[in-house]
Design a protein. Structure first.
Lengths: 335, 335
DNA sequence: GTGAAAGCGCTAACAA
DNA sequence: TTGTTAGCGCTTTCAC
């Protein structure tokens, strides 16, 4: 890389001091408009690029926000990332991202790496495995602000953003009940995750409030959401007594797999089995136009999380709100 | 943020010099194993985090790789990003990403921002709009290495990674011909993009080589891939003379939209209209198990691009290879 | 309104 | 093997 232009270069050419150049470049109030103009003109002409590394080092304040996601290739996370990116950019931050790949070790390494890069703060959604929170506690000790979203740890006291999982699950289950379905099953994920747990609770509460016999509800936990969904759906449909006439799926790919299974078994949706689920994937409308869903405002979640981080970056406030966003019920009737 | 531990802190506590600490920490060969051990132990105990900003500044060499993508929320790009991330991590780099959002202005701003962050190099896939390449030329002037992938600019002399669009299109068109389809149409994108152009050419070449009358081939250019696809498909199917019995789609969402249109018109796939296309979206298998596709090795593309960048970072070589990866033909028969 | 000087945390000659 | 010193490019007192 060729030696880049620095403020010293400009200062020398203009026969003024570095400090004046520095001030002029950031529109400091008390600097002569004339010199300010000269400086800016020369900077432009020389195609000067400020060295953000040096600036961060001097200010002890970086303009980078770190993000750790379990994976990129899922609509929810990539949408959330868009929201994050957007808010960060508007506030003068850039985003440095890492993928934990649903691997706890990597998640820990990533927090270290971001800390080393002296990011201003961190946004993260935990892996399915994360049960040990010492890496988060270490961030707190170092006073690196962070916000958790979607997959959050209840044990940790920090700002959080999630959707109203209980309410969403309750509502969509109620929808099935009102449609007259008698044997509603639930394909869930690991129940140690609060997100799955809350949906499970919402499901159960709706059944219970409708006077259904909770004990009879058939629920399968899919350890690895996508991988286990097909098999679980199959068990449900082949061995379930009675066979469910409706299935509530905890997330989009679980629903897609369930759909595939239903079709492979020669059953029809929704005549034989109705299918509903939480979802974010834009492909949903293609996959099955008949899938009634609770849509999660993925992008909004990302925006909100980033806004909270930015806020805590400026204000040093010690509040740790847990923002709960509503989901959107979308009924797609049979075609 | 509380004042973090620095190498000076360690040096003072151990009554040795900063440089020794620095050397010990990076396993410099000529440093006494004993002191090395002491230093590492204390660093560990104090939970020391090296300040990568300072290191980069001093070394004039950053450990960040910049990535600019048109959007995250598309399977192709998020898969490519995974590959990039993986290779970068393995080589000790972190990834700082920006979304150009298919907006040329943003793309330009992003290159400036990355340059300001003094990234070691840049990976990018251009927006659909990009027709002015001065921002790339500026990177070349500043000698910031970059690699283009997928959406590349033929005018710019730099390393590039794409798939074999011509060959893929040729092969999938040939497939349709061999199946006996007579009126094969093509839903394309902006033909000023080499990626679309090459697929178009492959399509035409296959028809021509099979002795078909090229002049009769019906082709629609969708300016905005996803947005215009439905309308174009509709025109093709309602107004096309003769009505196509097969459609080759330039990308996944174009194919999804075409499928939706075909179904809305009450036609069947593939009995009335066969559908084939380039694709990357894992949802394809759900959307239509009958869609025969050319799969692009998105992840591999990302990996390759990043490897090329890393290589040019170490070796200062002045080669600018254009790597062309093969696509994979996947025939999905009617269910 | 401008300049001089110190320093952010680290690296890398050059000495010792 | 270790210490000394001089930066990297920028910000920021504190003088003038």
């Amino acid at each position: 890389m060729r030696k880049p232009i620095t403020i010293s270069d400009i200062a020398i050419k203009l026969n003024i001091s570095k400090s004046t150049v520095s001030r002029a470049l950031k529109d400091h109030p008390d600097v002569n408009p004339a010199t300010k103009k000269k400086v800016k003109a020369l900077a432009e002409a020389l195609d000067y690029e400020p060295n953000l590394l040096a600036a961060s080092l001097a200010k002890k304040q970086s303009s980078l926000i770190g993000v750790i996601l379990p994976e990129f290739n899922r609509a929810f996370f990539s949408n959330a990332l868009e929201g994050i990116q957007e808010v960060a950019r508007r506030n003068g931050y850039s985003v440095i991202i890492c993928q934990s790949n649903e691997d706890f070790e990597l998640e820990v390494l990533n927090t270290r790496m971001l800390a080393s890069n002296k990011v201003a703060g961190i946004l993260m959604s935990l892996t399915l495995q994360t049960a040990d929170f010492r890496h988060l506690e270490r961030l707190q000790e170092k006073e690196i602000p962070f916000v958790l979203f979607d997959r959050v740890a209840e044990q940790i006291d920090c700002p959080k953003v999630t959707v109203d999982d209980f309410q969403g699950a309750y509502q969509i289950t109620q929808h099935l009940i009102s449609k007259g379905y008698q044997n509603i099953a639930h394909l869930s994920g690991p129940l140690n995750l609060s997100i799955c747990k809350n949906r499970y609770n919402g499901f159960m509460a709706a059944l219970s409030d409708a006077g259904r016999d909770i004990a009879k509800a058939q629920v399968y936990e899919c350890e690895h959401l996508k991988e286990d969904a097909y098999a679980s759906a199959k068990k449900l449909l082949q061995l379930g007594v009675p066979r469910p006439d409706a299935i509530f799926c905890v997330s989009d790919y679980v629903a897609f797999e369930a759909m595939r299974c239903i079709q492979d078994l020669g059953l029809r949706i929704p005549e034989d089995v109705a299918l509903v689920g939480f979802t974010n994937d834009p492909a949903t409308e293609y996959v099955t136009p008949r899938l009634t869903t609770m849509e999660q405002p993925a992008r909004k979640i990302g925006e909100t999380a980033c806004e909270m981080l930015v806020k805590s970056l400026k204000e040093e406030s010690d509040e740790h709100p847990h923002v709960i966003l509503p989901t959107t019920f979308i009924e797609r009737s049979s075609s």
